[in-house]
Write a protein that binds this ligand. Structure first.
Ligand code: ADP
Ligand code: MG
Length: 731
């Protein structure tokens, strides 16, 4: 493989192929027996309930605070601070940090040592105020102008609903305290704060709903959520030879291989040994962190994989997914691989997404999206389903905006991922039932119902394998909805908050409706069916059970009047549109200024990240593609001249020479045009984003195509960059 012209690539290949599988120590007891997962699960998590340093009475108090979202008293927090310090230090922790999610979507942490001085005596200490509140320098985090510089103070506040945990460093441990990050005036500067508000609002409305329909002992409804995370793995040797991967997380150029994913043999295929070793270690680390990683497998594209965890409460699940992403990266590095979480690292094969599995569950154990076995639970199920469908229909634009990012733009609508049109998949059985209800088929709620909503019909809900249609951005899958259009690198907190808020708004209206029906003398079941009828009449158009990837659907959706916000520049404008976001401000989930902040931050990020891509591409063209092409041209030219002297024809050489010549000239010229366009970009961020999305992106994509044509013409041994073949198949 390869010639002698490019020794560094040949070396990387050989290193990647011969890289030995990393062995790591599985936890054992003193007798040398392997520990079971259930024995080490959560060992790096501080659970109040298990702590010997917290008296029972305070444990009960803490449990109440978590359950009811009540703030904790300072004396009690002080007991927790002592107990957690003792616990963490005993396990080798030297530092603690407030762990939070700024608007970049990543997590941020600022470490402080436990070490303190009591006079001159060294001690380990985490004071109650250090536990409750931190003060990172907020000016270094994106704030979209919501803080003027004279009050550049933001603070982090302990979120006791998500447990504290220990993060392993190479030689020590850090206690991480999950926190919310707010400005001096209480404006959310993070992803978590609005998420917590949305969970609480939805809880209020859904609990009221359950009480109204007869479930009097329900006192809390939580959102349940489980994210399936997709990612690519690339050998480290190749990664560092690709400036585009290092600078932007995706390949900006690269010719496809002869075998992409057409054989469909990678999905669920045997996991390569080196990757399996990585997954084993990842699962171990996640389990120790109390994150219930459950499923691991190959994904559709070569080099692509997935991990899913068991669902749990929304806020914890959102924190969990941040840790899953961080650990995928750090554990991959131990195996000399780099994990790519970008939505579209490679052109021409599947991108990566994150399926957000979502439902609601009561403290009495009822899953609100679980079809039951009798009439009542079925009418409830149908009513709740119709509420969610109405919410998605009504706030499709906001949901689209919530998943907008430069990376996700490559997936949505790119014929391989759910399109940027938000629709709901229900499966045909449920659609039939909902349609009959919508069309006002006579139904008498007491006793005999003309519509068969009995056990027989319901068994079919499960049989109707709803999950087979992978083309829908929002699908009902048995007892939950799955928001599939979320990007793989994105924090799930934002889409989760928007979804919760949308559903919560419709719940509130539904509660009023049900109260009125009951006051008018209807039975609960009849009220629920009338509610379902009402929402199906208004949102029928959003239900689509066909092929979401087809061109016909794009036309059909337009006829139905469904929004199709094709790129982030278009989608993010939603956060700047009062009518689109009124449901967020009215319910107190975001303040107006917080939405302004998000709009500014996300738009600015979109522009910056795209500009980095353009500049990296132009740089690579000048540093690698043009010089390589010229060198090969010279080689061909020399042959042509030599053969001319020998009076031999050079048809092949001339043909390749001319093709390269033409392509490289156009490439060079177009790269200059793109460069000039970048200089001329308007300052106004909104106009800038629009121009980037509509004009500069197509230009840069054309540049990539020229590069790919050159890659196909120039011998592999002379090509200066690791190829798709290297990155996708060699590890
Ligand atoms: P797949 O979608 O790959 O076929 P499943 O549908 O079985 O796999 O589960 C995918 C994810 O959905 C898992 O993370 C699982 O924990 C989660 N899940 C299952 N039930 C619920 C629920 N009621 N609420 C939220 N998530 C759920
Ligand atoms: Mg799924």
């Amino acid at each position: 493989m390869g010639g002698d012209t490019n020794p560094s690539r040949t070396k990387s290949r050989s290193k990647a192929i011969n890289q030995s599988t990393r062995n790591f120590k599985r936890p054992m007891d003193s007798a040398g027996n392997y520990l079971r997962a259930s024995q080490y699960y959560g060992q790096n998590v501080f659970y109040f309930a298990k702590s010997s340093g917290i008296p029972e009475i305070i444990k009960n108090e803490l449990e109440e605070c978590v359950k009811l979202g009540r703030p904790i008293q300072k004396e009690h927090a002080s007991v927790v601070a002592k107990a957690v310090t003792e616990w963490a230090v005993k396990r080798g922790a030297t530092h603690f940090c407030h762990w939070f999610q700024p608007l970049t979507g990543a997590t941020a942490e600022k470490h402080d040592a436990f070490l303190d001085l009591d006079g001159e005596r060294p001690i380990e200490k985490l004071s109650v105020s250090q536990l409750l509140q931190g003060e990172p320098d907020a000016s270094s985090f994106p704030n979209g102008g919501s803080r003027s510089t004279f009050e550049a103070r933001g603070y982090t506040a302990w979120d006791l609903t998500s447990p504290m945990f220990l993060m392993n460093g190479p030689n020590g441990k850090t206690l991480c305290i999950p926190t919310a990050f707010v400005s001096y005036h209480g404006e959310a500067l993070d992803i978590k704060t609005p998420l917590l508000r949305s969970l609480s609002t939805l809880n209020t409305q859904a609990t009221k709903f359950m009480n109204l329909i007869g479930e009097k002992n329900v006192s809390k409804v939580i959102v349940t959520c489980g994210a399936e995370q997709e990612y690519f793995l690339v050998d480290k040797n190749f990664y560092y030879q690709r400036p585009d991967l290092v600078m932007t997380g995706r390949t900006l150029l690269g010719a496809g291989t002869t075998r992409n994913q057409q054989l469909e043999d990678h999905y669920f295929g045997a996991i390569p040994e080196r990757v399996l070793a990585f997954m084993e270690e990842l699962d171990l680390e996640l389990h120790k962190l109390g994150i219930p990683a459950k499923t691991r497998h190959n994904e559709v594209a070569p080099g692509q994989f997935e991990i899913a965890q068991i669902f749990r409460e929304g806020n914890v699940s959102s924190d969990n997914n941040q840790l899953v992403m961080a650990l995928i990266k750090s554990v991959a590095a131990r195996h000399n691989m780099v994990a790519l979480l970008h939505e579209k690292p490679f052109a021409g094969i599947n991108g990566s997404g994150k399926h957000l599995n979502w439902s609601m569950s009561t403290d009495t154990g009822i899953n609100l999206l679980e079809p039951g076995n009798e009439l009542h639970s079925n009418t409830r199920f149908l009513a709740v389903t119709s509420i969610v469908i109405e919410a998605v229909n009504r706030h499709a634009r906001a949901l689209r905006a919530a998943i907008a990012s430069h990376g996700n733009d490559h997936r949505l609508g790119a014929n391989e991922a759910p399109p940027s049109i938000i629709s709901v998949f229900t499966g045909s059985t449920i659609a039939d039932v909902l349609e009959s209800i919508k069309d006002g088929k006579e139904f008498t709620p007491s006793g005999k119902i003309t519509l068969d909503l009995g056990a027989n019909q319901l068994a079919q809900f499960h049989k109707d394998n709803t999950d087979r249609n992978r083309t829908s951005p929002f699908a009902f899958t048995g007892n939950k909805f799955e928001f599939r259009a979320v990007g793989s690198s994105q924090a799930i907190g934002l889409p989760l908050s928007i979804l919760n808020a949308a559903v919560s708004e419709v719940f509130a209206e539904s509660n009023t409706f049900i109260e009125e029906r009951i006051a008018a003398g209807d039975t609960i079941d009849r009220a629920l069916l009338l509610l379902c009828e009402k929402w199906m009449k208004s949102s029928w158009n959003v239900i689509f059970n066909g092929d979401g990837y087809s061109q016909e659907w794009v036309q059909e959706a337009e006829k139905r009047g469904l929004p199709n916000l094709k790129n982030s520049a278009e989608a993010l404008e939603v956060f700047n549109s009062k009518s689109d976001v009124a449901f967020l401000t009215n319910q107190g989930i975001y303040r107006e200024i917080e939405l302004e902040t998000r709009y500014n931050v996300l738009l600015e990020r979109y522009c910056k990240l795209r500009e980095i891509e353009f500049n990296t591409l132009i740089d690579m063209i000048h540093q690698y593609i043009v010089p390589t092409s010229l060198a090969y041209k010279k080689e061909l030219g020399d042959i042509v001249l030599m053969q001319r002297q020998l009076k031999v024809e050079s048809t092949v050489e001339m043909d390749i020479y001319k093709k390269i010549n033409l392509t490289v000239e156009t490439l060079y010229e177009d790269a200059r045009n793109l460069s000039n366009q970048i200089k001329d970009l308007p300052h106004d961020e909104s106009a800038r984003a629009k121009m980037i999305a509509e004009t500069l992106m197509p230009m840069s994509e054309q540049l990539s195509i020229f590069c790919e044509q050159l890659e196909a013409l120039i011998p592999d041994s002379k090509w200066p960059l690791p190829t798709y073949f290297d990155m996708l198949f060699l590890r």
